[in-house]
Design a protein around this ligand. Structure first.
Ligand code: G3H
Ligand code: 13P
Ligand code: NA
Ligand code: ZN
Length: 305
């Protein structure tokens, strides 16, 4: 069933588990996400960025909405990193049931103002809203506290922000960053900060940049002719711990990008004479499903629907 973000995330925060919010850009990614969720009885969020809307438009949104309506588990369609009020409203008109307004690059007051506008409009239509406070970006373990505080989310500010905006869930900067290169070895994640923010708030918290970049997938990518440097993601144990503290929405894009390319590369390398798209995109869908299953098990959402 197609539901709002709140329908999925409020129980997740209360139950101390995480729900994957996976980026989609085509039918195969969407099927992998929603069919895996059904197989594992897990709630799930499917998100489209503004780039995904540019690429797939209403056609892609309709694929997600149709699969979600027919799904036997709760599914929300979410706008990832909406850059303006207009963008959020456009997504709502397209049928999204959850939107993010990302005004985190503005100062506190302007972030509050822009977020509040979106919250007022979205709530009038029964749609829930994610906003962001703090700046995403990889940081090193040894960096001094003062420097960390400059861009990681300040707990007291988070309380003020939630009060002043009425946001339904809040993305916090805790050391993660987007992409396949989150730092060497085990990328830093500020557990103490999550715990502190969670202790002062009750709404679901969101972690962006949560791909694990599994080494097995990276090695298969290389073995099938792909080129990639020192790739690293968030360790499974770190993510699991974060969900125990109050991280309820866990954004994953990079892992599915890698998995789909591994499936395509392996199919093409193994069968140079193949040109049936189903024999190429089918394996991509299968590898993505495996990666999604792993993530849902780590987050603890399996069996919650
Ligand atoms: O946070 C960004 C997501 O990975 C979406 O990326 O804007 O290239 O679709 P995109
Ligand atoms: P990853 O790059 O770690 O997959 O993060 C995706 C994300 O945060 C989308 O909003
Ligand atoms: Na998002
Ligand atoms: Zn993000």
């Amino acid at each position: 069933m197609l539901v709002t973000g709140n329908d999925i995330l409020i129980p997740a925060r209360a139950g101390q588990y995480g729900v994957g919010s996976f980026n989609t850009n085509n039918m195969e990614i969407t099927q992998a996400i929603i069919h895996t969720a059904e197989r594992l009885r897990s709630p799930v969020m499917v998100q489209m960025s503004e780039g995904a809307i540019k690429y797939g438009g209403q056609d892609l949104a309709n694929i997600v909405i149709d699969l979600a309506r027919r799904a036997t588990v709760p599914v929300a369609l979410h706008l990832d990193h909406g850059s303006s009020y207009e963008s959020a409203l456009k997504a709502i008109k397209m049928g999204f049931t959850s939107v993010m307004i990302d005004a985190s690059h503005h100062g506190f007051e302007d972030n509050v103002k822009e977020t509040r506008r979106v919250v007022e409009a979205a709530h009038a239509m029964g749609i829930s809203v994610e906003s962001e406070l703090g700046r995403l970006g990889g940081i090193e373990e040894h960096i001094v506290v003062d420097e960390k505080d400059a861009f990681l989310t300040d707990p007291e500010e988070a309380v003020q922000f939630i009060e002043q905006t009425g946001t339904d869930y809040l993305a916090i900067a805790i050391g993660t960053s987007h992409g396949a290169f989150k730092g060497k070895g085990r990328p830093y994640i500020d557990h103490a900060r999550i715990e502190k923010i969670a202790s002062l708030t009750s709404i679901p918290l969101v972690a962006h940049g949560s791909s694990g970049v599994p080494q097995e997938i990276v090695e298969r990518f290389r073995a099938a002719g792909g080129q990639i440097g020192d790739a690293a993601g968030i360790a499974d144990e770190d993510l699991q711990r974060a969900t125990g503290f109050g991280i309820a929405k866990v954004n994953v894009d990079t892992d599915l990008r890698l998995a789909s390319t591994v499936g395509i590369r392996e199919a093409l390398t193994a069968n140079p004479k193949e040109f049936d798209p189903r024999k190429i995109f089918g394996p991509a869908r299968e590898v993505m499903s495996q990666v999604i299953e792993h993530k849902m098990r780590v987050l603890g959402s399996v069996g919650k629907a």
